[in-house]
Design a protein around this ligand. Structure first.
Ligand code: ADP
Ligand code: MG
Length: 703
């Protein structure tokens, strides 16, 4: 097998017709370096050559199509710099306008009036007339069906590559040649029993058909097979990491549910836990009994009550003689956790402190000492907890809040503080679609808080446009009169920061006019303020000294002001769905009716409209997360970009849920039966973990 792998690792410069210059361009523009990279460079669509259309049948919803007609007119128009080439094609059912914006001189020379042409392209419409931009033209007299008369692959290229002969057609030729050359060297990567069980094509058949499909069915099978393979090996990778960790790292055993836990639970807990909270606590309890390290992701929509789960888990650890850390992504959030713990526990129940960047030196010294001699039970803080000076005597539980702000790096750094690793609970309010969680956090166990505390009223979400501003001011006034508070959030996007700040400040001034001092007080928080000023303004709002908080998205994560009942989001069409959902979660935290008001302009993109409609329709974080992923693609979901795990060429986490669960289940079965992949039927899988493999994913990118 090694020999075959060597073949696929050959640099592209050696492929006939490529050479060093084009190879360099392929690397720079498309990231393709080896034969294997090119083999895995899949078409992004196919031209259906099985059907011939007439001009009268055309409409803009059609994909790329083909038709035959006579060229009746050519004309180049436009000023220099915006020149166009126009042509007319007739087929007896109508006239089609053809347009080119580039390579005009060349195309004009090759076209002949009165000749019959085969035309390929995407129908579109302009001012009610059918047209086609940059169609491919071939003389009917010279038209030959290619080796695959049904589907012609189309590849993405770049301007530079096109100028060097590697347009889609050029890439097609190179891949065609490569497959001829390497046909016998395409090795299977999946065990035979899996191919059989899921009726998957062989790898050779799949790769041939994905580039040059025999027919629609073969194409579909090829795509399933390739997707399955991608998802399968990611799962194999993450689940092996998890297995190894479980085997090599010991976890502390919390043998008892002790006095602190029971006392708090029975005497101090101000409300009944939700069913979901109880279920998750049971899961955590089970994890800490096994002697293995807990690595659990707790997903719970905003307001689902994660903090109390954290607190009870911490008490469980302390009862068993261990210390705990609770880490939050910002000072405000760390402070809030500290304050709410103090409210719930009082000062003497357990010993705990707060450590942030602004903790004075003298206080730090005391904290570190008490942590080292074991007198401090719990330390709440920011990234400051990751410093080397933080050396607990007996760390047993680490809780990370709002996980996506911490990299995987930081997550793993925490558990080397001791010989056995502390249990780790990662909490996030950003619902991650199931498929993504299984992939990105596939090495973690997942708990879900899928139930809000009783008595919460759904947030009343409305979408208003600029001409309805008076009504919005009315709602704000009414709520403030009832003693409630209001958030007004402005977008802040780097590319348009100047204008965004202008909007923020103008908006602030307008509000000051509608809500004049001294009756009303308004806070403002944005990224150009110092951390100290931000905290000061935030503090005024939390203490109810101001009724309105004008802010950029800095308030997105975690801030808890139950008295705030109105969230106004300005230019809401510019926010992503998950951000909108996070922002809305800042209200509706108390028992009162809350409002989320989405302000938008009149001109909205289709996407922007869908987002706002989704917000009005549902409050289910998971539904919103799925929608978000489908609208944006998983690569754009926060925290996934750097992961490398999502280097999927064909599989789509938004759509391939069934394949993913099949792949994951298969991997689990295999690892259960044969963790080291030593059985003869599994040995083929070991190949994948070799540094340079035939599988196509470079694992060194993955943490
Ligand atoms: P999040 O999951 O967003 O971190 P929090 O832990 O901040 O949510 O909880 C939101 C609010 O709900 C807090 O004020 C908290 O005291 C309250 N809460 C949590 N659990 C319950 C419950 N079971 N019943 C009633 N209120 C609860
Ligand atoms: Mg929280």
């Amino acid at each position: 097998m090694a020999q075959e792998n060597d073949f696929w690792q050959t640099p592209l410069a050696y492929l006939k017709g490529i050479g060093p210059t084009r190879a360099e361009l392929l690397k720079k523009d498309l990231g393709l370096v080896t034969y294997q990279d090119l083999l895995h460079y899949y078409p992004f669509r196919y031209i259906d050559r099985t059907k011939w259309y007439t001009i009268s049948e055309l409409h803009p919803e059609l994909p790329y199509i083909q038709l035959v007609g006579t060229l009746t007119h050519i004309e180049s128009t436009g000023k220099p710099g915006s020149k166009r080439l126009l042509a007319a094609l007739e087929d007896g059912t109508g006239t089609l306008e053809l347009i080119w914006f580039q390579a005009i001189r060349y195309i004009e020379k090759t076209l002949i009036i009165g000749e019959k042409y085969v035309v390929f392209g995407k129908p579109s419409q302009f001012q009610g007339r059918n047209n086609m931009v940059h169609p491919e033209m071939e003389l009917l007299s010279q038209f030959k069906t290619t080796q695959n008369p049904s589907f012609q692959p189309v590849y993405h290229s770049s301007e530079k590559l096109k100028r060097n002969g590697l347009d889609s057609g050029g890439i097609l030729k190179a891949i065609h040649y490569l497959i001829q050359l390497g046909r016998t060297k395409i090795q299977e990567t999946l065990p035979a029993f899996i191919l059989y069980k899921y009726r998957l094509s062989s790898r050779k058949e799949a790769l041939e058909n994905v580039h040059f499909p025999i027919d629609a069915l073969h194409l579909q099978n090829a795509r399933s097979r390739i997707k399955f393979e991608e998802l399968f090996f990611i799962q194999l990778r993450v689940l092996r990491i998890r297995d190894n960790r479980k085997k090599t790292i010991k976890g502390y055993i919390f043998s008892k549910v002790g006095n602190l836990f029971l006392d708090f639970y029975h005497n101090r807990l101000p409300f009944e836990l939700t069913g979901a909270q109880k279920k998750v606590l049971k899961e955590i309890r089970q994890d800490t009994l096994r002697g293995q390290q807990m690595n659990r992701l707790l997903q719970g929509d905003v307001g689902s009550g994660k903090t109390i789960v954290a607190l009870l888990s911490i008490l469980l650890a302390i009862d068993n003689g261990y210390q705990a850390l609770l880490m939050a992504p910002t000072e405000i959030l760390a402070q809030q956790h500290f304050d709410s713990f103090r409210q719930l526990l009082g000062d003497d129940f357990i010993q705990f402190s707060l450590l942030t960047g602004s903790t004075p030196k003298s206080k730090r010294k005391v904290i570190f000492e008490c942590l080292e001699n074991g007198n401090l039970h719990l330390l709440i803080g920011t990234h400051a907890l990751l410093e080397d000076t933080v050396q607990p005597k007996n760390l047993g539980m680490v809780i990370i809040d709002e996980q996506h702000r911490f990299g995987v790096e930081q997550r793993s750094r925490l558990w080397v503080k001791n010989e056995s690793a502390p249990h780790v609970l990662v909490m996030t309010a950003t619902p991650i679609p199931r498929t993504l969680a299984m992939t990105l956090y596939g090495d973690l166990d997942v708990s879900i808080l899928d139930e809000l505390p009783k008595g919460r009223k759904p947030i009343h979400t409305q979408w208003f446009q600029e001409n309805q501003r008076l009504r919005v001011l009315g709602i704000m006034k009414e709520e403030i009169q009832k003693g409630r508070q209001v958030y007004v959030v402005y977008p802040l996007i780097e590319e348009s920061a100047k204008l965004d700040y202008l909007n923020l400040f103008t908006g602030f001034e307008l509000l000051e006019r509608s809500f004049p001092k001294p009756e009303y007080q308004i806070s403002i928080v944005h990224g150009r303020m110092s951390a100290k000023d931000k905290d000061f303004e935030m503090g005024r709002f939390i203490r109810k000294e101001t009724q309105i908080m004008v802010a950029t998205t800095v308030i997105e994560v975690g801030v808890n002001v139950p008295n705030a009942t109105v969230m106004v989001i300005e230019s809401s069409e510019r926010f992503g769905l998950s951000t909108l959902h996070q922002l809305r979660g800042r209200v509706g935290r108390g028992a009162d009716q809350s409002f989320c008001i989405l302000m938008s302009g009149f001109k909205l993109s289709k996407l922007g409209k869908t987002r706002l409609e989704t917000m009005v329709r549902t409050q289910d974080g998971f539904e919103i997360a799925e929608m978000d992923m489908n609208l944006r693609g998983p690569g754009d979901i926060e925290g996934t970009q750097q992961s490398g795990v999502l280097d999927l060429k064909m599989a789509d986490l938004g759509k391939d849920y069934t394949l993913l669960t099949e792949a994951r289940a298969t991997v689990m079965e295999i690892l259960d039966q044969d963790p080291q992949l030593e059985l003869p039927e599994h040995q083929i899988l070991q190949e994948y973990f070799r540094p340079k493999n035939a599988g196509g994913i470079s694992w060194d990118k993955i943490s």
